[in-house]
Design a protein around this ligand. Structure first.
Ligand code: FAD
Length: 466
């Protein structure tokens, strides 16, 4: 046993199962303190996630208490300043799991050097991915830029890996406090109470993540390939915020899914979506410029338009296109939006309204509980056509046909845009054609802000310029 205190730096790892760093700390030390560094500045643009984070901290704190481990939240505006001070104490061994974002990985190097110089023991562990980023490369050593060969290689690599022996967490001897000015989780909650709805929908903790996975595998995974396309049904796992905050490890998802025999197309499709997440993390680490700019540089000259009015009605779900408005209202109300609808609203913003994908990305970042830099920038650039292996820009989603195909009965629209609930089914995705006495366009629901055919031609002309 190491006589020093074991510190575990908690980032996106709110779990006990497969939390490599935390497990190792409890096995090496009688006294362990878990600390979370809260950078308010960073979360200013991630309001919805403040709620998830605050609840996750509260729930994890309770769980750790049973193991005699204290979870302490320290507010800081600079990780560097915090660690420069901590290093001076030097009376600890420190553990953490990787977060696969370029800035975090760069900081790991900085910290490693400093700890080495000061002769402080530290250990860095694999984080929430199936494979380490550098493990998956093409035969010529360069990174994959196309999903299908990436996933073929990544899946094979993961399956053939010899699994390391599963270790479990140990109860500590004594609960201690290490940091002086720790804050309570409630302090992190967003100032505005708009998150009240979230409380009825989500339970941000590990047990709920495992339960949701179990229900999904039992009831929905075999039909996932089809079910995942329809926003009016519960066809996907809704695990994304849990995965983002590490309430569940993707290896756990993998092993639970493959236990179900025989392996269905649904299971393969679902695991391939986990694969897209791996692909996106690989992309942002190999091509970090895409976190702030277009992956494909030719889009740097795209003639985006600045139109605050259009951007504002898009955010409010008042564009006059029911499927778009339903999606934007679902997002604001629940902190989550169905993937099909994310593609539709994204396409509408960048193609019908010619607004830069970065404005959409920013709004999603603020409202999504599952916001992750890799998935959000890659998702947006996929939609905009400027990403790796992206949808071509000239393929423009028709929001009316998308609605009629994927929300045939209009149930999704009626749920989120209740002012359309009494319209006849055939008008639900094109209310401007309704001749219903009780319904008046412009009074009960907005006119479409742009005409689909005109917007399409304009978008294609803009695309020709690059
Ligand atoms: C414009 C846009 C922005 C997006 N922003 C995010 C984001 O910030 N965070 C995020 O986690 N996902 C994002 N996605 C991907 C996807 O929409 C969500 O992961 C998915 O809707 C989450 O719901 P689910 O957990 O029920 O997914 P399921 O269908 O059950 O999939 C299981 C898991 O696989 C991963 N996954 C699924 N689809 C994708 C995908 N297309 N790309 C990458 N990973 C995927 C997620 O971790 C998801 O939880 C975005 C997609 C688009 C088009």
């Amino acid at each position: 046993m190491d006589k020093k205190i074991g510190l575990f730096w908690l980032r996106d790892d709110f779990r006990l199962i497969k939390n490599n760093g935390l497990i190792e700390a409890t096995r090496n030390h009688d006294q362990v303190v878990v600390f979370y560094l809260f950078k308010g500045e960073e979360f200013k643009k991630q309001e919805a996630q403040k709620w998830w984070l605050s609840k996750s901290l509260l729930n994890f704190k309770k769980k750790l208490k049973n193991l005699n481990i204290n979870l302490e939240i320290v507010e800081t505006n600079s990780f560097k300043n915090f660690f420069d001070k901590l290093i001076k104490k030097g009376d600890f061994t420190i553990y953490w799991n990787k977060v696969y974002e370029p800035d975090y990985l760069k900081f790991d190097k900085y910290l490693s050097n400093n700890f080495k110089n000061k002769k402080i023991d530290y250990k860095i562990f694999k984080g929430n991915v199936l494979n380490e980023i550098e493990e998956i490369k093409k035969n010529d050593g360069t990174p994959f830029k196309v999903f299908t060969p990436f996933w073929r290689s990544a899946e094979k690599y993961f399956v053939e890996k010899i699994p390391s022996k599963e270790k479990i967490i140990k109860k500590c001897k004594k609960k201690i406090t290490y940091f002086k000015n720790s804050i309570e989780p409630e302090k992190i909650l967003p100032a505005k109470k708009w998150f009240k709805n979230f409380e009825e929908i989500w339970s941000p903790d590990e047990d709920s993540a495992l339960k949701e996975l179990d229900i999904f595998i039992k009831d929905r995974i075999s039909n996932y390939s089809d079910g995942r396309n329809f926003p009016n049904i519960n066809g996907t796992s809704k695990l994304s915020p849990f995965i983002k905050f590490g309430q569940i490890h993707v290896e756990t998802i993998w092993s639970e899914c493959i236990k179900k025999k025989p392996k269905t197309i649904g299971t393969s499709k679902f695991l391939a979506e986990i694969g897209w997440r791996e692909f996106n993390h690989s992309l942002i680490n190999h091509f970090p410029h895409m976190l702030k700019n277009n992956y494909s540089q030719k889009f740097n000259n795209f003639p985006w338009e600045k139109n605050f009015k259009f951007l504002s009605v898009w955010k409010k779900g008042m564009t006059g296109y029911p499927i778009v408005d339903a999606g934007m209202r679902e997002l604001y109300s629940t902190g989550w939006m169905h993937n099909r609808v994310r593609m539709i609203v994204g396409s509408f913003l960048v193609k019908h309204l010619l607004i830069d994908w970065k404005d959409g990305e920013k709004y999603f970042r603020n409202c999504l509980l599952d916001y992750s830099p890799a998935n959000n920038v890659a998702g947006w650039q996929w939609v905009a056509g400027c990403g790796a292996d992206a949808a071509p820009y000239f393929r423009i989603f028709n929001p009316i046909l998308q609605g009629e195909k994927f929300d045939k009965e209009g149930e999704y629209v009626k749920k989120w845009v209740p002012e359309l609930k009494d319209l006849a089914k055939k008008f639900i995705h094109k209310p401007w054609e309704a001749n219903d006495e009780k319904f008046k366009l412009g009074r009960d629901y907005p006119y479409p802000i742009v005409k689909h055919d005109e917007a399409r031609v304009k978008a294609l002309n803009a695309f020709k310029k690059i």
